[in-house]
Design a protein around this ligand. Structure first.
Ligand code: PLP
Length: 486
């Protein structure tokens, strides 16, 4: 197929050439009815913000430009079918899970996953077994579950309906065992569903020392946040289907059920253009991207107050676009991020010890400027260690299950209690530090002392939590195990 075409974007431009007069939604009428204060900023983009007019296709029943754009995407990623998503990977993860998992199904799921995975399982009423991730060498960053762990866990169950993995993790670490894990699961006829939100560009990494897409290893359904590492607009994502084990019509049903019937054409067109851009990247460009990342890492590492988390390990391969720095001075990761903000360097996320930089999958011209700003800001901070010590213990070393099944959570009454008094109770809410959006305590999970302490310590260190008002002002919501709803 001709990857130099962008049929969806070109279709929109052809429509604009007709000098259209709008008697249709949206109400801004190609930007002519719009608050004047913002008109100049929005002008060009609103011209592309149309609706399902003749010739512009329909996301829920594609037959022309959207179909062509999706087919080109499937061709590039070498899959049976690709779908454009306007609700982010969140929509894709929900559709992927709901199309495979039903009430009571045993599903193996990596514990350090995005909340959309948890919500999918909750909506499906599935019975999750949470797989403990391997920790990278310094013991801070959870990667993915090991092959041995998965093999043992599958052996314990009569039937496992699916396995859901996050690959790579938020810090760009991709388990080296993924290929073997997928082969093993497929031998057992278990579909492998992958949240590859951070790996939409992996298909361009040819070398074995770099992460490869899970699609290459035969994953059944894979979700990509094209807006994270490709130049798609925020909310633009792909779902790729490549399976003999999953029913494609169910995936399509849930995509329709979960996504708007009025998708944003600027986002859809940007997905077409992101694929076009990705296809245009040559091996030589990839080499330059990697070289620029290596230079940036080395220069960052030479700043005494920080150190860069190692790129290689026996457990994982690293995405060169992700650069994680660890504090070596008195600043926590959150404080370090604020210092970076102050000098106009805005990073992806912070945790108690780290700050994560996401580099462009393209020209990177800001390295020198970034380094000089950071150096100037950090120079007066005293170095206190050769590396942070992890004082936040995640009890992630064992697999776990829920104390109260998702299908039963509406059965019990709840109450709010001080989080410090919550150990031993079953949580009625997901407690999610954001970013990165990984729940630390899950609905239906019995709260352990470690998890409670982790939440409290993270808060103390400066983490932000979703639903802060509830947790810190009113308390954490827990089930009253003796009181059922009528
Ligand atoms: C691993 C992972 N999966 C899924 C998501 C959700 O993606 P989106 O923002 O595209 O809905 C995120 C968002 O941060 C993520 O990090």
């Amino acid at each position: 197929m001709d990857q130099r075409k962008a049929p969806l974007y070109e279709g929109l431009i052809n429509h604009l050439r007709k000098n259209p007069i709008s008697f249709h939604v949206p109400g801004h009428k190609y930007g002519t009815v719009f608050p004047e204060i913002a008109q100049s900023q929005y002008n060009d983009i609103l011209k592309l913000d149309v609706t399902e007019l003749n010739g512009l296709d329909d996301l829920h029943s594609p037959h022309s430009i959207i179909m062509d754009a999706q087919n080109l995407t499937a061709d590039l990623y070498k899959v049976m079918k690709s779908y454009f998503l306007v609700g982010g990977s969140t929509a894709g993860n929900l559709a992927m899970i709901l199309s495979v998992c039903q009430t009571g199904d045993t599903v193996l799921v990596q514990r350090n996953c995005h909340k959309s995975i948890i919500h999918g399982l909750q909506l499906a009423g599935a019975t999750p077994v949470f797989l403990a991730p391997v920790l990278e060498k310094t013991g801070f960053l959870p990667i993915g579950p090991s092959l041995d762990n998965i093999r043992n866990e599958i052996g314990k169950h009569q039937k496992v309906t699916a396995i859901i993995l996050t690959y790579p993790n938020y810090y760009g670490m991709a388990s080296r065992e993924l290929g073997e894990i997928i082969d093993f699961c497929h031998e057992k006829k278990i579909p492998v569903l992958i949240d590859e939100a951070h790996g939409a560009h992996f298909c361009k990494y040819g070398s074995e020392s770099l992460p490869q897409s899970s699609l290459r290893y035969g994953a059944d359904v894979v979700v990509h946040s094209a807006h994270k590492t490709l130049p798609a607009m925020t909310m633009g994502s792909y779902l790729h289907f490549n399976s003999q084990l999953v029913d494609r019509s169910k995936v399509e049903f849930y995509l329709q059920a979960l996504q708007t019937s009025s998708p944003s054409y600027p986002i859809l067109a940007s997905l077409d253009l992101a694929r076009y851009y990705l296809a245009s990247i040559a091996d030589i460009d990839v080499k330059e991207i990697i070289a620029a990342s290596t230079r940036f890492r080395d220069q960052l590492h030479s700043i005494p107050q920080i150190q860069v988390v190692p790129q290689v390990s026996t457990h994982y391969l690293s995405d060169p676009l992700k650069v994680t720095v660890q504090t070596r001075c008195s600043l926590s990761g959150y404080e370090l991020q604020l210092i970076f903000d102050e000098c106009g360097v805005f990073t992806e996320l912070a945790d108690p010890f780290h700050v994560l930089f996401v580099l462009p999958f393209g020209a990177f011209n800001e390295a020198e400027e970034t380094l000089s700003r950071i150096k100037a800001k950090l120079k007066d901070f005293k170095i206190v260690s050769n590396g942070a010590v992890n004082t936040l213990s995640f009890d992630d070393s064992n697999n776990s299950t829920l104390a109260l099944a998702y299908k039963d959570v509406t059965t019990y009454k709840t109450e709010e209690i001080d989080i410090n008094a919550s150990v031993g109770r079953i949580s009625a809410m997901n407690v999610v530090a954001y970013p990165p959006g990984i729940p630390i305590i899950l609905t239906g999970e019995r709260i352990t002392a470690e998890r409670m302490r982790t939440v409290v310590n993270l808060k103390r260190k400066g983490a932000r939590f979703q639903g802060e008002e509830t947790i810190w002002d009113k308390g954490i919501e827990v089930f009253i195990e003796t009181a059922k709803n009528m």
